[in-house]
Design a protein around this ligand. Structure first.
Ligand code: GLU
Length: 354
C-alpha cells in the first residue's frame, strides 16, 4: 500500500523546525534531501510546514510569550518569507523549485474555492514544483481558522487526492502513554479504531509533541483515513524516515484507512462549521438512520442557533445524541413553512465508527 504511493503529503511541525537560533537548517536540509529522493522515484510530494510564527519570533529576536492572536498573525507575516527562503535555498541543491500555498478554512469549505485550490495544486505538480503549504495565519481570524497544521495536512491530503499522509513529529509514533516518564510505554504500530485509542490511552501528557498534541494528530489522521487515505505518524528525526516509510518499512504508527467518505460528506463533516442545532423526533431519526429519507421540517421539534439556507447544522435526537450533520435547505425562519429541511444527499450520519 505504502510502496505504491505516488502522491504524498508530508507535515512537519514547529518543534521539528526549531533550531538553536532560528530555523533548524540541518533538519530542513535532511527533509528536502529526502523529498528530492522521493521525487527522483516519481513520487509527487506536498509539504505542509509550520514554522512561520517561530521564524517571525526569531527574526525579530522576541522573547516574550504568549502572544495574542493578532500578534501571532503579524509574526507569521514576518516569518513566512523566512521559512520559504530556507526551503527555497535547501531545495535548490537538488534543482527543485518551491511554490507557496497559504490556505484558510474558508478556501476549503466552499466548493468553488476547494476546486480552485485543487486546480492550482495540479498545475504546480505539472510544473514539477514542490508545493509548500501553511495556514494563511496573517488573515485567519477565529471564524475562518483551521487552527493547527495537523488538521490542515489532513484537508490538503483530501484536496490533492493523496495516497498517503505522513505526519512527522518529535515522537517516534503514538504511544499508549507518555514514553518520557513511563519506561513501559508501548508504541502503537497500527490504529484501526481511532475512537477506542482516544478513549483508552492518555495523551494529555504527550502534548509536548507540537501545537495540537498527539490527540489532535490522531484526530486529524482519522479524518484523512475516513476519506480512504492511510496516515503515518512518525518521528521526523529518524534517519531517512520518509524514504524508509515509502520503501515499506514499518515505522511509527499507521492509522488505517477505512470507510470512504465522499468529497461532499467530508466537507459537511469536517470543513463546514455548524451554524445551528436541530433536535428531531424519533420517527425522523429512524428514517435518517436507515439512510433512506431526507429530514422533513415537521420532524424538527426544536432548534438552536441562527442558520440560513445552505448552512451546515448538527442534528440531534430529542435526548441529545448527535445523529449527524447536514446542509439545510431552508433558514431557521422558513422552517415552519418549508417542507424539506435537509435533503438526504446533504446529510452525513454519525455512525459509531465515524
Ligand atoms: N501555521 C502556524 C505556523 O506556521 C503553525 C500551526 C501549527 O503548528 O499547527 O507558525
Amino acid at each position: 500500500m505504502l510502496r505504491k504511493a505516488k502522491r504524498v503529503v508530508v507535515k512537519v511541525g514547529s518543534q521539528l523546525l526549531a533550531g538553536e537560533d532560528g530555523l533548524n537548517r540541518e533538519f530542513i536540509d535532511s527533509l528536502t534531501r529526502q523529498i528530492a529522493s522521493l521525487r527522483g522515484k516519481g513520487v509527487e510530494v506536498v509539504l505542509v510546514s509550520s514554522g512561520a510564527v517561530l521564524a517571525g519570533i526569531k527574526a525579530l529576536k522576541l522573547r516574550r510569550k504568549p502572544f495574542s492572536l493578532s500578534e501571532k498573525q503579524a509574526l507569521s507575516a514576518v516569518g513566512q518569507p523566512y521559512l520559504m527562503a530556507e526551503y527555497r535555498e535547501s531545495f535548490k541543491r537538488f534543482n527543485l523549485k518551491v511554490g507557496q500555498v497559504l490556505l484558510t478554512a474558508e478556501d476549503l469549505r466552499s466548493k468553488e474555492r476547494f476546486h480552485n485550490a485543487k486546480n492550482t495544486f495540479n498545475a504546480l505538480f505539472k510544473l514539477g514544483v514542490i508545493p509548500v503549504v501553511n495556514e494563511n495565519d496573517t488573515l485567519s481570524t477565529e471564524e475562518i481558522r483551521i487552527g493547527d497544521n495537523d488538521n490542515l495536512s489532513a484537508h490538503v491530503s483530501v484536496l490533492v487526492d493523496a495516497d498517503l499522509l505522513v505526519i512527522l513529529t518529535t515522537s517516534p509514533g503514538v504511544f499508549d502513554k507518555n514514553p518520557e516518564n513511563n519506561p513501559d510505554a508501548k508504541l502503537i504500530p497500527v490504529i484501526e479504531d481511532v475512537r477506542e485509542i482516544l478513549e483508552s490511552c492518555d495523551f494529555s501528557t504527550q502534548t509536548r509533541f507540537g501545537t495540537g498534541g498527539m490527540a489532535t494528530k490522531i484526530e486529524a489522521a482519522a479524518k484523512a483515513a475516513k476519506k480512504g487515505i492511510p496516515v503515518i505518524i512518525a518521528g521526523g528525526r529518524e534517519e531517512r524516515v520518509l524514504e524508509r516509510i515509502l520503501n515499506g518499512e514499518r515505522l511509527g504508527t499507521l492509522v488505517m484507512p477505512c470507510k470512504k467518505l465522499k468529497a461532499k460528506g467530508y466537507r459537511i463533516l469536517y470543513l463546514m462549521k455548524p451554524k445551528g442545532k436541530l433536535f428531531i423526533d424519533q420517527g425522523a431519526e429512524e428514517a435518517l438512520v436507515k439512510g433512506e429519507k431526507s429530514l422533513l421540517s415537521r420532524g424538527v421539534k426544536r432548534c438552536e442557533g441562527e442558520f440560513k439556507k445552505g448552512d451546515a447544522v448538527e442534528v440531534f435526537s430529542l435526548n441529545g445524541k448527535l445523529v449527524g450533520k447536514g446542509i439545510v435547505r431552508c433558514s431557521k425562519e422558513e422552517l415552519s413553512t418549508s417542507k424539506l429541511c435537509i435533503h438526504r444527499d446533504d446529510f452525513v450520519l454519525l455512525r459509531e465508527d465515524i
